[in-house]
Design a protein around this ligand. Sequence first.
Ligand code: ADP
Ligand code: ZN
Length: 296
Amino acid sequence: MTEEKPLYGAIEAGGTKFVCAVGSGPDDVRALERFPTTTPEETLARTTAFFRVQPAPPVAVGIGAFGPLDPDPASPTYGHITTTPKPGWAGTDFAGAIRRALAVPVAFDLDVNAAALGEYRWGAGQGLDVFVYLTVGTGIGGGALVHGRPLHGLVHPEMGHVALPRAPGDDFAGHCPYHGDCLEGMAAGPAMAARWGRGAETLPPDHPAWEIEAHYLALALVNYICTLSPQRLILGGGVMHQQALFPLIRRKVQQQLNGYVQHPALGEALDAFILPPALGDRAGVLVALALAEEAT
Ligand code: ADP
Ligand code: ZN
């Protein structure tokens, strides 16, 4: 039965952890392993070791990775992580290392694009022409799905690095090594930890941190609404595990738009317009499987 289906490999490469899987599709995951993201050498060695010990090697591997990265197959640096602030990873030939180690075709895209594709196929983005998937975790990244395809252009969108007006009285310097107080610098998990002296996961729902967090996320969403006109905004990533954020963000989005963009999605249907992913945190790795399938 399922034994005869080709097996694909999937790598979801996050700034904090890697998730690797082997399976024939989202309903048939045969093995899955999570481990922390450390140096490129150690992490990629652990990744290839995971695939090598599988009873059957994958026929192709799909990678959804943190960026910035080079997703253009025609470019000499295709498959590289490029200017990431993550120590040691800038310039890493990620896709090449996996391709050489396992001798299989490799598909390579941003983690958020992979997650967005998963929501489009199986989750909260089904049937939509345009939507945005934003992840708020170690970094902040956004994927725009346009007619079923991740929006690529010059490189790929960098929705986490937009500049935003500060919350009233906020004098936190910001945590992005490139821009200081961009969205990621003000609102990603490490920025929250730097601002409050403790991890975001330890902050209770009534902590003032969440009001400030919602300020920046809502302003960013308003910018995406005004530039891309998405039919839905899906918010995932570790920081969004704080469910109290959703109502705060929805209210601030309405306040900031101030009635200018008119649509029921921004009124009575707001809860279905700004919402968590349907596939939860497994989306990325499931879609990396789908990416692998497309690479064969
Ligand atoms: P990655 O960025 O590696 O994919 P995550 O999306 O899980 O990983 O993001 C990790 C960040 O999410 C950390 O900064 C952590 O503090 C934060 N985080 C994890 N769980 C929670 C939680 N329940 N509430 C708020 N923040 C959380
Ligand atoms: Zn930045």
